[in-house]
Structures are given as structure tokens and as C-alpha cells.
Design a binder for this molecule. Structure first.
Ligand code: SF4
Ligand code: F3S
Length: 104
């Protein structure tokens, strides 16, 4: 599966939503997550994210993100249509430690 990681938080560009063939993104207030059981590993979303926040879970160090994606995909609503990105998205692009500061 692919997973959404830290840099999505408060960037939330949502370009990923438009390209996913199986609509497996779920929406929180400040980030999206991928449902690991629904993702078909096509990889299409990874290069579409302007924040480079999406990676395959085969990359090292992503265990906590896989757990977070699975947990919140079960709680949050499905999102299939891209809306406007937050006006201040670019201000948060690349900031460290967004999970601790802003996650919701
Ligand atoms: Fe959707 Fe493919 Fe990305 Fe998985 S890898 S979330 S199926 S676009
Ligand atoms: Fe987040 Fe990137 Fe999608 S910032 S909402 S994973 S396009």
C-alpha cells in the first residue's frame, strides 16, 4: 500500500484524490490518509502530490504512518472530489514535526 506522511498535514493539496482509481483517500481536518486495504498499489498518486507526502510503505521508517493511515481511514469520511487547497498551504510545506503540532 501507499501511505500519506507528515508533509500532507496543513498542506492538503488534494491532487491525490483526483487520480486515485479506487477512491481510497479519507479526509481529516488537516490531512488525508489512504485506506491500506483498498489501495491497489498503482503508484499514480505519489508523483501527483506537490508536497511529496505520499510513499510506498516498503520504504523504511514508515511503520508509524502506515498505522496512522489505517487507523484514521477507518474513522474519517471518504473523499473523492478535490476541493480548494488551504490558502496557507505553502507556508507549511516542508515544516518539520507537523504531526505533533497540527494533526487533526
Ligand atoms: Fe490510490 Fe493508487 Fe495511490 Fe493507492 S497508490 S492511493 S490506489 S492512486
Ligand atoms: Fe496531502 Fe499531497 Fe494529497 S499534500 S492531500 S497527500 S496531494
Amino acid at each position: 500500500t501507499y501511505v500519506v506522511t507528515d508533509n500532507c498535514i496543513r498542506c492538503k493539496y488534494m491532487d491525490c484524490v483526483e487520480v486515485c482509481p479506487v477512491d481510497c483517500f479519507y479526509e481529516g481536518e488537516n490531512m488525508l490518509v489512504i485506506h491500506p486495504d483498498e489501495c491497489i498499489d498503482c503508484g499514480v498518486c505519489e508523483p501527483e502530490c506537490p508536497a511529496e507526502a505520499i510513499s510506498p510503505d516498503t520504504e523504511p521508517g514508515l511503520d508509524k504512518w502506515l498505522t496512522l493511515n489505517a487507523e484514521y481511514a477507518a474513522k474519517w469520511p471518504n473523499i473523492t472530489i478535490k476541493r480548494d487547497t488551504p490558502a496557507d498551504a505553502e507556508e507549511f510545506d516542508g515544516e518539520e514535526g507537523k504531526l505533533e503540532k497540527y494533526f487533526s
